[in-house]
Ligand binder design. Structure first.
Ligand SMILES: C=C1C[C@]23C[C@@]1(O)CC[C@H]2[C@@]12CC[C@H](O)[C@@](C)(C(=O)O1)[C@H]2[C@@H]3C(=O)O
Ligand SMILES: O=C(O)CCC(=O)C(=O)O
Ligand SMILES: [Fe+2]
Length: 346
């Protein structure tokens, strides 16, 4: 490994570990139930029938997270992606910031949190956030074996995500409009994110690998490559619980768009990654997203009014970017809540 491959996280963010001249650490200790590992619901997709669909609907509404086995994304392909991902992150930092990864846009490489003003907003990680849409004039995506692997993984994950999204939208009763919205998610409107969490010398749990957030998409498919490096935690019943890594399974989580569309039936649950003092960690996330002009129209039911106003995915992303720029945090769906009728003055 090149010594110069790590982004300069310590040099850039060391000051956030000191507040008023005193060492500062995350207040994760206050909510620390991190030793508590949870067993996410596991759905065996080889047995996909009515019973499994009901289980998926239940897991998405009670947990917002579940795991799938026999998911159809070949294990050998995930291993190939892992090897290529490791090699890409091993290149020198200078190379990563200055070169385009293959033919993807230069902004796809990110590290740390440029907007962070406190430790709580810092993500101790580097990532390639890759739009699946081919760049204009881009005819050479498959010229390297790496881009071919990325294409194959994203095609397989996209098929899986669409299948699960169809089950989840179907699970709320027939609504043609849901189908229409889901059809606006094609592989090319989605994103693949390659994450690497470098060791953090300040100690395990001293920083977030990825600070608490909900995903801004319909559904996320996540693969953790190692069975011995944990770090992912989710908020369950007001407490942070750790997810036990299982590289043979894929983790699925509901994103903000599905929560809004389903009128809070499905839950986009906050999750985070804790940094580790000695070992690095890799993961890959596939985000099922529609085109930016797609309107998310929260369904209303006889029992519940629409909790959110309609918005386009482009509007949602823009608002998040703006909130992060101005406040350091994503405010997410709170911004799009419909005001209760009593609070609207005439
Ligand atoms: C600073 C931030 C960027 C981010 C939202 C956040 O407040 C914290 C987590 C970030 C993250 C990580 C996963 C996804 O890539 C992302 C789109 C998301 O939903 O949360 C990003 C956000 C972003 O890049 O806007
Ligand atoms: O690395 C992980 O386990 C989680 C990644 C994640 O939450 C994300 O990329 O949105
Ligand atoms: Fe996430």
């Amino acid at each position: 490994m090149d010594d110069d491959s790590n982004p300069p996280l310590m040099a850039t963010y060391k000051h956030l570990f000191v507040v008023d001249g005193h060492p500062h650490c995350l207040d994760a200790a206050g909510d620390r139930d991190d030793n508590h590992e949870c067993a996410l619901p596991v759905i065996d997709l080889a047995l996909l029938d009515k019973v499994q669909s009901v289980d998926i609907v239940r897991a998405a509404s009670e947990w917002g997270f579940f795991q799938v086995t026999n998911h159809g994304v070949p294990q050998a392909l995930l291993r190939q992606l892992h090897d290529a991902q490791v090699a890409v992150f091993r290149r020198s930092f200078q190379h990563k910031v200055s070169e385009r990864l293959l033919d993807f846009s230069p902004e796809s490489y990110r590290w740390g949190t440029p907007t962070a003003t406190c430790l709580e907003q810092l993500s101790w990680s580097e990532a390639y956030h890759i739009p699946m849409a081919p760049a204009t004039g881009d005819k050479q995506r498959r010229t390297s074996s790496f881009s071919a692997v990325i294409e194959d993984v994203s095609t397989a994950m996209s098929e899986l995500a669409q299948k699960l999204a169809a089950i989840l939208t179907g699970g709320l009763g027939g609504d043609a409009k849901a189908d229409e919205t889901m059809h606006r998610c094609t592989r090319d409107t989605c994103f693949l994110r390659l994450n690497r969490y470098p060791p953090c010398a300040m100690g395990s749990g001293a920083a977030f690998g990825l600070c608490p957030h909900t995903d801004s998409d319909f559904l996320t498919i996540l693969h953790q490559h190692d069975d011995h490096v944990g770090g992912l935690q989710l908020l369950k019943g007001g407490r942070w619980v750790a997810v036990k890594p299982d590289p043979s399974a894929l983790i699925v989580n509901v994103g903000d768009l599905l929560q809004a569309w389903s009128n809070n039936v499905y839950r986009s649950v906050e999750h985070r990654v804790m940094a580790n003092a000695t070992v690095e960690r890799f993961s890959v996330a596939f985000f099922l997203c529609p085109s930016y002009d797609t309107v998310i129209r929260p369904r209303s039911s006889s029992s519940r009014h629409g909790l959110y106003r309609s918005f386009t995915f482009g509007e949602y992303r823009k608002q998040i970017r703006e909130d992060v720029r101005l406040t350091g945090r994503k405010l997410g769906l709170h911004r799009f809540r419909r005001l209760p009728p009593s609070s609207i003055s005439s």
